[in-house]
Ligand binder design. Structure first.
Ligand SMILES: [Zn+2]
Length: 396
């Protein structure tokens, strides 16, 4: 082994994360964050041709004002290329964040905003690592840094990236989460379900028996799912998942039998087969309900679905090389790594699906997506240490 880097400049890393969290950049508006990163890289001495902003933002369902930002470095030594990634966007509640330090915890002084540590903390870990390398002339294997757009709305930046733009990394590390030593080695997959329920309109006072209520159909279906254990936490034998009807809309007036209702739901499970089964059960419940609710002439309503796989689940091998490398680095710092499976989607879901198995680590986020969000600096500092070691370990 070659000697590795020393302690990163943590006060600089702190400045970076404070400035990054203060930038408004919800999903779709990541350009200012990308500019900030790019300017820091150029100022430190990286060249324009090492930095690339791709056109993934033109392929996403809704556009972003920038693409993914990629920094590609040849190694100072031979070795397998390593990918370091994080996402630039935040959820909308973080717009207007005013980061303030209190002890070792950062929060937003505006009580109506989230902080944006998810995932500007990860963004800062990558940026600090890249700056350390060039400022201190550190030896390193070939490296790709990627700052993704549009993670929060469905991992579109990672899903739609042209994978060749990452230059074929063999090891991959992603920062997005809380504890720096907690390693997500898998994550759940999710379906999004949209049901359009069509009934028959009729005057609710004059001839309700001629109508078919789309609201009644929805009510039957949801009650059926709930009663039979297919709504909420779903456990069937050894299979597990979660489902939720999270949106329902329809109706215009109390004197009309409602003829149109839109329902949106989701089904998640680590097990792709069981996830499909949950999807099937949800569809069947709505179809059965549509048959059951009829008018006086025996006419029924109908339900149509528009379902899609939001992200596929993944599970790293127990001896996955990226995982082994992270664990070695964490133990080298005198800390104990912990493996876990995430219940939400991560950019790693799509990276892994595209043939780049990726470990996700925390970087100090707490209570993301809420106004209570904070950043824990002890965890953030450890993430910066781990990031620098992962980027500069050179096996000979
Ligand atoms: Zn995140």
């Amino acid at each position: 082994m070659q000697a590795t880097s020393s302690e990163p400049n943590l006060s600089r890393a702190f400045e970076l994360v404070m400035e990054l969290m203060a930038i408004s950049g919800k999903t779709g508006n990541e350009a200012e964050v990308a500019d900030y990163i790019k300017n820091k890289l150029l100022k430190a001495g990286y060249s324009e041709n090492q930095i690339y902003i791709d056109d993934t933002n033109q392929k996403t369902p809704t556009p972003s004002n920038t693409g993914n930002l990629i920094l590609t470095l040849p190694g100072t030594h031979e070795g397998d290329r390593r990918l370091l990634s994080a996402h630039m966007d935040t959820v909308p509640i973080c717009v207007g964040s005013q980061p303030e330090l209190n002890g070792r915890i950062v929060h937003s002084t505006d009580p109506s905003t989230g902080l944006g540590a998810d995932d500007r903390a990860g963004t800062a870990v990558l940026l600090n690592t890249a700056l350390e390398i060039i400022e201190n002339n550190l030896p390193h294997p070939p490296l790709t840094f990627c700052w993704f757009i549009q993670e929060e709305t469905g991992m579109h930046g990672a899903r739609l990236i042209n994978i060749e733009d990452l230059s074929n990394p063999k090891l991959a590390f992603n920062w997005d989460g809380g504890s720096a030593t907690k390693l997500s080695t898998g994550a759940t997959g999710s379906y999004r379900i949209r049901a359009k329920i069509e009934g028959l309109a009729s005057h609710a006072g004059g001839a309700p028996e001629k109508g078919v209520s789309a609201i009644a159909i929805a009510a039957h279906a949801i009650a059926d799912l709930d009663k039979n254990g297919w709504h909420g936490k779903v456990i069937k034998g050894t299979s597990e998942g979660t489902s939720n009807v999270g949106f329902i809309e329809g109706g215009e007036a109390t004197n009309v039998v409602t003829d149109l209702v839109h329902v949106r739901a989701e089904a998640r499970s680590h097990d792709p087969e069981f996830r499909k089964e949950m999807l099937n059960q949800i569809e069947q419940a709505f179809l059965k309900a549509a048959e059951a609710v009829t008018n006086i002439d025996g006419a029924a309503g109908k339900v149509t679905f528009d379902n899609n796989l939001v992200y596929e689940s993944f599970r790293l091998e127990d001896d996955d090389p990226s995982l082994m490398e992270v664990e070695k680095v964490i133990r080298g710092l005198g800390l104990e790594p912990e493996r876990s499976i995430a219940n939400g989607g991560l950019d790693a879901n799509w990276l892994t699906a595209k043939g780049i198995p990726s470990v996700t680590m925390g970087c100090g986020q707490k209570d993301p997506h809420t106004v209570k969000e904070t950043l824990n600096l002890d965890e953030f500092d450890n993430a910066c240490r781990i990031g620098l070691l992962l980027a500069t370990q050179v096996s000979t």
